[in-house]
Design a protein around this ligand. Structure first.
Ligand code: FRU
Length: 453
């Protein structure tokens, strides 16, 4: 059977998995199995395309690692279009890893990393034993793809790098195309490789960016864009030491405003489950999707795994540059999912909760599981095992307002109009809300996306 056949075979389970109690209703999930990074985000001829890292054969990420594909005219009604890239050549044998899309007229070009692991002897897969091929696939209709073309192989990357180089993010620029790749330098320092190209196929190295001092050992999933007159380099660094308000998770992700140094790095999210985001421009706004998940964590998602799936993407978030800081709020389309107003005491697992005029000392408990204490800073604390081992996170912000989106087993909390965001999974038994202290609270039911599998 072909790889595409094996994916389709795993997807025969889609109705059973789709009936899971903890499935989110207004977030993109794997049809079956495992999802990680958003890939290939773009807007092509009136359609949004969202590809994603997908392991359909296992909710824990084993088996085939391919790209899944959703398409939508409005970010609310989605069609699942099947696997777009499968690891079916020697150049990507161990996974079609993360990458990006460029949409130009009819043409859609996907750039990704073909991961190859040699198995003839034991390797550390850092300094040896691994290939990371940068591969291009083109489509003229947005849905079916032509022949894979390897643009860069291990021997083409600079010698100062280990074998960890991946996640091409390509964009059209005035003079041609720019590509950023994430990497790990020898000596275990994270870095970004910046390439340029006139035709989108022949790329040459322009620059390696790694900052003055070491900032983590590996930078995954880079992104580079200009917004509000400033340029932002985004990375997902691994190995940055934990601090009280920063880098609280196993790995982090954020952007440098200005030079690539620790002082200029701003994390996207303070929650337990956010990593490896990607952005794109849809003609009027820059939109970010993150992976609502995190690798190598001391907590789990067993309730979802036992339903045959794990992880999701975040809501699409519009980015706005406010004085060099990027604010994030869900795109305005999400407001169209808002249903009737309901009291805090009603048991309802899909809701939006708007808090205003939040006085210090106010506390709110979501779904009898997650307490949020607003004071000089903001503390998120799990009160029950609905957190599956998640404990506490802190955001260094005095909160005046919050927009909370709860979607069955995922919440996204936007503080002060998107100044800080907290994303976390939770598996509650009951979905009431309680409040002490002083603030204005308005709660609405949220309706789900329409998704056709
Ligand atoms: C980030 C990441 C990427 C890689 C992909 C593989 O979560 O590790 O660097 O391309 O996941 O699924």
């Amino acid at each position: 059977m072909t790889m595409f056949g094996l994916v389709a075979q795993a997807e025969q389970n889609v109705a059973k998995v789709g009936a899971g109690r903890y499935r989110c209703r207004y977030h993109l999930l794997p049809p079956v199995g495992w999802m990680n990074d958003p890939n290939g985000l773009c807007f092509r001829k009136g359609t949004y395309h969202v590809f994603f890292q997908y392991a359909p054969q296992s909710a824990e990420g084993a088996g085939i690692h391919c790209w899944g594909h959703y398409a939508s005219p409005d970010l609310l009604t989605w069609k699942y279009c099947g696997a777009a890239i499968c690891p079916d050549t020697p150049d990507d044998a161990d996974g079609a890893y993360s990458g990006s899309a460029v949409a130009e007229g009819d043409r859609l070009s996907l750039y990704y990393t073909g991961n190859v692991k040699h198995k003839d002897k034991p390797y550390d897969y850092i300094s040896d034993g691994r290939e990371s091929n940068t591969i291009l696939l083109r489509s003229e209709n947005g849905y079916t793809f032509g022949k894979k073309q390897v643009l860069l192989r291990t021997a083409d990357y600079p010698a100062e790098f280990t074998r960890h180089i991946r996640d091409p993010k390509v964009q059209k620029t005035d003079g041609g195309y720019t590509m950023v790749l994430g990497g790990r330098l020898k000596g275990d320092r994270g870095a970004v490789l910046v390439y340029g190209s006139a035709d989108g196929e022949k790329f040459s190295l322009r620059e390696v960016i790694s900052g003055r001092e070491k900032f983590g050992y590996m930078w995954e999933c880079p992104d580079l864009f200009t917004l509000g007159g400033a340029q932002f380099l985004c990375v997902s660094p691994q190995g940055v030491p934990h601090e009280k308000y920063k880098f609280q998770c196993t790995y982090s992700s954020g952007y440098f405003s200005g030079d690539a140094c620790a002082e200029n790095f701003h994390e996207w999210d303070t929650g337990f489950d956010f990593y490896a985001p990607q952005t794109f421009f849809d003609g009027s706004r820059r939109i970010l999707f993150g992976w609502a998940g995190m690798p190598d964590v001391p907590y789990d998602n067993q309730p979802a795994v036992s339903e045959g799936w794990q992880h999701s993407l975040t809501l699409p978030r519009e980015l706005v540059n406010k004085g060099g800081k990027l604010y994030q709020m869900p795109v305005r389309e999400i407001e169209r999912l808002r249903g009737e107003e309901i009291p805090l005491s009603q048991d309802c697992g899909c809701y939006e909760l708007q808090l205003d005029d939040v006085a210090p000392g106010t506390k709110i408990v979501l779904s009898e599981a997650l307490e949020i204490a607003f004071g000089q800073d903001c503390v998120f604390r799990f009160l029950s095992d609905a957190g599956r081992g998640r404990t506490e996170r802190r955001a260094d912000v005095r909160v005046h307002s919050a927009r909370i989106y709860m979607d069955v087993s995922l919440c996204e909390i936007y503080l002060n109009g998107g100044e800080k965001v907290f994303t976390s999974k939770l598996y509650p038994q009951k979905n009431t809300v309680s409040l002490s202290g002083s603030c204005k609270a308005v709660r609405h039911v949220m309706n789900g996306y329409t998704i056709n599998y």
